[in-house]
Design a protein around this ligand. Structure first.
Ligand SMILES: [Zn+2]
Length: 323
């Protein structure tokens, strides 16, 4: 029989971690939520630092809350284990009912709380691909089916790669902007037009290296396209808010995309020399950025650093042929 550790490695290799495995070692009872006001009726709710083993900067994925007399619109749902605490934090912002939620992507730190909120009557919006990923989770490395999701948390309203879905609530215009396969195959950015804020999800990150979840349809080229798309949508003063890490402006995307391209080119060169995936990872193609990438050499599970995970994803994508 395989040990829990071996199973963890298998799951990690597949890049398809279940919510429980993903957050293994995290003491959810220690997670508290803090709301930060960013515009007159828009708040960002983040989890405690130094609790979540995979996100030491702030537990789980950031939650957005647009509050007002028309009811609450929220972005993402955090881990299932902290739904009660998240709800309490939202109720402190506004007593109005939560009406709608949008998911930036499928990962459990952003969607595992979906069933809790759906059962309260919240209508969940997401990409068609995200719903498909929930219904048919990618297989694990050992060939077993991925962990099943509670159908109560499946998005009710879905959309594809067309024009943004628009909400008109609380004096704000909210756009759900689809991104082509980047962090996952079902990414969405959420723009609050009047607040001049875009919640960009996880295809950009400034804590650790990029995570291309290939098992869920993520691609390197999609990440670069996402950066280009965001450069066009955002104004110079637009606040860009990733799912993890610190808030940025449009200009911060440039060095990020450059880093991705440079690492890709280095990996390509090493592959052209006939190096295996293990050798490419061991050659540390990210070395030039490690000192300035917060959390870059931090653990990304199973003894792998976030740098190693990124490099092996790039290798696999190039080996499979760029999309
Ligand atoms: Zn995330």
């Amino acid at each position: 029989m395989k040990s829990a550790w071996q199973l963890f490695l298998v799951a990690l290799a597949a890049g398809a971690l279940s919510v429980s495995v993903w957050a293994q070692g995290t003491d959810f009872s220690k997670i508290e939520f803090t709301a930060k006001k960013i515009a007159s009726n828009l708040y960002m709710v983040s989890g405690s630092p130094n609790v979540d083993v995979n996100h030491p900067d702030a537990a789980g994925g950031l939650v957005g809350v647009l509050a007002g007399p028309d009811g609450i619109f929220m972005v993402d749902a955090q881990y299932a284990q902290v739904s009660d605490k998240l709800l309490a934090a939202i109720k402190k912002i506004s007593p109005e009912p939560i009406r709608f939620m949008a998911n930036t992507h499928i990962h459990g730190d952003h969607t595992a709380g979906n069933p809790f909120f759906a059962k309260m009557g919240v209508v969940i919006f997401a990409r068609e691909e995200l719903r498909e990923q929930m219904i048919h989770p990618p297989r694990l490395g050992n060939g077993n089916p991925g962990p099943a999701r509670d159908p109560a948390g499946y998005p009710v309203v879905t959309y594809g790669m067309g024009a943004p879905v628009k909400f008109h609530m609380n004096g704000e215009v909210i756009d759900l902007i689809p991104v082509r396969a980047a962090h996952t195959g079902g990414d969405t950015m959420i723009r609050f037009e009047n607040a001049n804020v875009i919640m960009i999800g996880d295809f950009y990150r400034n804590f650790g290296y990029p995570f291309i979840d290939r098992a869920n349809g993520g691609t390197l080229n999609g990440m670069l396209e996402g950066c280009d798309q965001l450069m066009k949508i955002a104004g110079p003063d637009t606040t860009l808010i990733p799912g993890h890490g610190t808030w940025i402006k449009r200009t911060d995307l440039v060095p990020y995309a450059d880093m991705i391209k440079s690492v890709r080119d280095k990996v390509k060169q090493l592959m052209a020399q006939g190096k295996t995936e293990k050798e490419v990872v061991a050659a540390k193609p990210t070395a030039a950025w490690d000192a300035k990438t917060a959390g870059g050499l931090g653990a990304a599970g199973a003894g792998m650093t976030s740098a190693d995970r990124f490099v092996s994803e790039v290798y696999q994508e190039l080996k499979g042929g760029a999309k």
